[in-house]
Design a protein around this ligand. Sequence first.
Ligand SMILES: [Zn+2]
Length: 656
Amino acid sequence: MMLCLGAVGVLIMVTVAAASPSLIPLPSSSRHERGWFRLGPGLRIVVAAGAPARAAEIADVLREGLFELAGVGAVVEPDQGRRPEGTISLSLDAGAFPGEPEAYRLKVGRSAKIIASDPRGLLWGAQTFIQSIEPTAAGPAVRRGTVTDRPHRSWRGLMLDPVRSFLDLDFIRRTIRVMSAYKLNVLHLHLIDDEAWRFESKAWPKCNRPGEPLYTQADLRGLVTFAERYGVEIVPEFDVPGHSMTAVNAYPELDCERRTRAMNEAILCAGRAFTREFIDRLVAEAAEVFPSAFIHLGADEPYAIKRWAECPDCRARMAREGVTSVDALYHVFLRNLDGIAKSHGKRLIVWNDAIHPGVEPMPPRDILVDAWFNLAVVAPLAASGYVILNSSQGPLYLTSFGLGEGLPLAAVLAWNATRFPDPPAEMGDRALKYQSLAPQAKVLGGHASAWATEQSLVERRLYPRLLAVADDLWSERKASDAVEFEKRYRAGHEERLRRLGVPDDGEGTSETPFPGGPGAVLAPGATPPGWIATVRACRDFRLAFEWRASPSPEGAHTGVLIRCAPGPDKGAAPEGLPIVAAPPPGRVMSSGARPSDGWNRCEVAARGPVVSLTINGILAWSIVDPAPRAGLIVLKGMGPGHEFRNVRLWRLGGSK
Ligand SMILES: [Zn+2]
C-alpha cells in the first residue's frame, strides 16, 4: 500500500513539471506529463466498426484539420482491433458521460484516444487534439496527458447580419470552421429585415428584389450540410412584425393602411388574416431548409406599433381577444407566432424587448428569450421562468466598435452568460459594469453579434474577441484576465486563424495612392479646389482618411461627402450618388459615432453593393447601395474649412 502511494507521489511531481498546450477555450481539467505523441508518417485515425456514420465524418474532420492546421498527413481506417503506436482512435461509450453529449476525454500516450458518449463530444475532442499540436525539434507533436472536458453552456453562438451588409458564402463557410475550431455550436443567421430579404422566398418572391444579392434555398441547404459537418447548427431569423419595410413594400396588404412605408415605419397588421398566412408560409419554407429545432422570429423594436391602435382590423382583433392595449395585442401576436412555430415543429425565439413583463396575456413560457438589452427587463423575464440566451449589446456586439483596437478584450472577458451590463450598455461603451441574473435563472448560453458591418471589417473585429466569447461560454471563467487570455492567444492561434482562411489585416489588398500620397494634407485651395479624387476607378475598396473641419455656424450644412461617380470633368464638381455624408464635428450620429473637433479617423469599406462608414472606430452606418460604383472615388468637404490627411486607399482582393 505504502509503495503504491509512493509511486503516485512520483507521478504527481512529473505532472507538475510538464507545461500545458495553450487551448481556447480552456478545458475543464487537464493534466499533462513529460513526453510526446509524435505525428509522423503513417499516422492513422481509427473508428470502431459499427460506429455511426457521423463518427467516420468526424474522423475526416480530424484528418482535414491535422493536414490544414499542422501540415500532418493521416489516413482514416476502420478499427482492426489492433492498437499500434501512432494511432488516434475515436470511441463512443454511452456510459462515459451520461447526459452530457458534448463532454469528452482525450488521452494521449503512445497512442491517442478520444472517448465521448455522443458524436458531438467526439468532435470537440478532435478539435482539442488539433489545437494541442505543438512544433518541436523532432516535428509536430502532442504532449502526453489527459484532458477531460465539458461545456458550461450548451448554446454557444455567433449571429451574422447579411441583410445590412451582404456576406458571401465563402466568408460564412470559413467563419463556421473557425466557430467549430473554438467549440462554438450555433450560427444565428439574420436573414430578413427592413433593408432586404436575403432568403430566397418562393412563397413571397416579391420580397427578393431583382439585382439584390441573396442566398438561394439551395445555397442555404448546402450551408446547413457544411455546418453540420463541423458541429454547427444554423438557426435562421426572420424578423417580424417590425423591421418589415421590404415585406410591406412588396405586399402592401400587410400594412394596416395597405400602403408602402419608410424605414422604421413599417409594421405588419396584427388584425388581418393575410399577416398570419404570410408568416405561416414563410416559416413553412424555412422549416424545409433549416432542420434546426429552433426558429427566431425577431419581434424586436416594433417602432410603428402605435398604428395598431388606429387600425380597424387591429382594433377588431383587440376586441375579439379581450385586450385593451397594443402591448397586450403584441403578446397575443407573439402567442400566434409561437403557434405557427410549433405547427412546423419549431421552438420560437424572440428578442427580449418583444415581451413586456407584467402585461397580460403573457406569451408562453417556453419561448426562448434572446436577451440583448436592459437587465431591468431581462431579470423579471428570467424570474418568471423564461429560458434566456445572453446576447448583451456592449460586450457581445463585437463588430460595432473600433477598427483596429476595437472593444477591449477585458470587457469581453469580464462578461459571462449570467451577466448583463448594468446600466445598459450603449454601442461604443468600453468601460462596462456588470450585474448577474439571480442564481435560479435558466440561462441556456449566449451569442456574439456582428451587426451591419462589411465583411472585411467583420473579420478584423471578430478576432480575437470571438475566441474570448468562446472561452467565456465554454469555460465560464470566474474572473477576467486579458493578460492570461492574450498569452494563450499569441501561442499559435493567430496562425491557426490564418490557416482557417481568415485574412490578415490588409491581406489580399493593394494600396493605390491618392494624389499627394500618405501624410499629405489636402485642404480647400488644393487643386482641384475643395475635393480630391482617386487617379483610377475602384469598385471594391477600403478608404481610410483623417478629416477635420473648423467649427461652423449651428445648422450649417457641413460634413464629408464621398462620391463614387462616373469620371468627373476637370475642375467640375463630381456627378453621382453621394455615398457618405458624415455629420459635422461635435454631433452624435444615431449610431453613436461622434466626430470631434480635431482629426477624426474615418474609414469607408465598399464591397459589392455594400458600403460601410466608421468614424473614430465606431460604425456610423452601413448601407446597400444599389447604384454601380463605376467612377473615381471623390472626397469632398461640404462647406468651408475641411482638411484631409493620411488618405489611403486599398483595392479589396479580386476587384479591378
Ligand atoms: Zn392593423
